[in-house]
Design a protein around this ligand. Structure first.
Ligand SMILES: [Fe+2]
Ligand SMILES: [Fe+2]
Length: 314
């Protein structure tokens, strides 16, 4: 079983985070999953992002020489609270978060902060997949460490953009929804693959284009360009999720469509809401039946809201 990204990862750096860390600069560790757990526990966001990039570079370098140190058969135990995160941002209920128009700099800063928080959580989610689940192929761990490195890159781009606006990560409150789904699915790697990349990260594919358009409309081309990079990489993350979801379904003799419906109900998956980015979802590996289900859902929601509007006008 080869990594979804193994060829690209071995040859062409896709962004500066890769290129800057190709040289072996740290002594080889013997257990990369334990190192991923250490990075997950790191509280300082910058130190966490740096630890992830260094570990990814080390793993890539070793893999290019035919060596791996995933120690897949070890069951690791985390002591203390996960994930490591800074004292700020303050975590609050989602409904208490402020929403502001993106036409004002203050509104854009609130948005950029929310996106930075998503990326910080996304680093943690990917690291959690690396350390928590034992006895998977090496390519599983390589894929999720690569995702963690890309999330660290996204976080660093947004952190820098916030600094351009004179703000820092932690300056605004945030919610903990992403990590809560991570905790709910910590007992089963199939549920994790079903609900985190295929639901939460896939929602990002739908959300990106309208946010990018509003940033562009407000004249914030630099932030819009960051959204482009994030969307490009997130298609890959969802593809990795789809790949491993189907791999695990096959290994357990499950039909992926039936398994998905059962897991969505069992784990109380958030309801999917359109409009959907069908092109990105197709590139990310959702099959025609899955896309057709979303299209039908979209059409039903549109006719429901048209009926509601009609009733209100009467
Ligand atoms: Fe990301
Ligand atoms: Fe992602």
């Amino acid at each position: 079983m080869s990594s979804v990204f193994s060829e690209a990862a071995a040859s062409t750096p896709r962004h500066p985070a890769d290129a800057a860390h190709r040289a072996p600069c740290t002594p080889a560790r013997t257990h990369w999953r334990a190192a991923a757990l250490d990075a997950l526990r790191e509280r300082d966001p910058l130190a966490k992002a740096e630890a992830v990039r260094a570990l990814h570079a080390e793993a890539q370098e070793a893999a290019s020489q035919g060596m791996t140190h995933w120690d897949a058969s070890s069951t690791l135990v985390a002591h203390g609270e996960l994930p490591g995160r800074p004292a700020r941002p303050e975590l609050v209920e989602p409904r208490s978060l402020q929403r502001r128009s993106m036409s004002t700099p203050q509104g854009r800063v609130v948005l950029l902060h929310a996106l930075a928080h998503i990326e910080f959580n996304a680093i943690n989610l990917a690291l959690d997949a690396v350390w928590r689940f034992a006895n998977l192929p090496d390519a599983f761990y390589a894929d999720w460490l690569r995702v963690a490195a890309e999330e660290a890159y996204h976080f660093s781009l947004l952190r820098q953009r916030l600094a351009d606006y004179g703000q820092a990560y932690g300056d605004f409150p945030a919610h903990n929804g992403l990590w809560e789904m991570c905790e709910r699915t910590s007992d089963d790697v199939l549920a994790r693959m079903a609900l985190v990349p295929r639901v939460l990260e896939a929602r990002g594919l739908d959300a990106s284009p309208p946010i990018r358009a509003r940033l562009k409309q407000a004249g914030d081309d630099e932030s819009a360009a960051i959204l482009d990079i994030i969307l490009r990489d997130e298609v890959g993350h969802v593809r990795i999720g789809n790949h491993w979801f189907r791999y695990l379904c096959e290994a357990r003799g499950l039909d992926p469509h039936a398994a998905w419906l059962a897991l969505a109900e069992q784990y109380n998956a958030p309801r999917m809401r359109g409009p959907f980015n069908f092109e990105a979802r197709r590139s990310a590996g959702f099959d025609q039946a899955e896309l057709d289900t979303l299209a039908a859902q979209d059409a039903a929601a549109a006719s429901e809201s048209a009926a509601r509007r009609g009733a209100e006008e009467k």
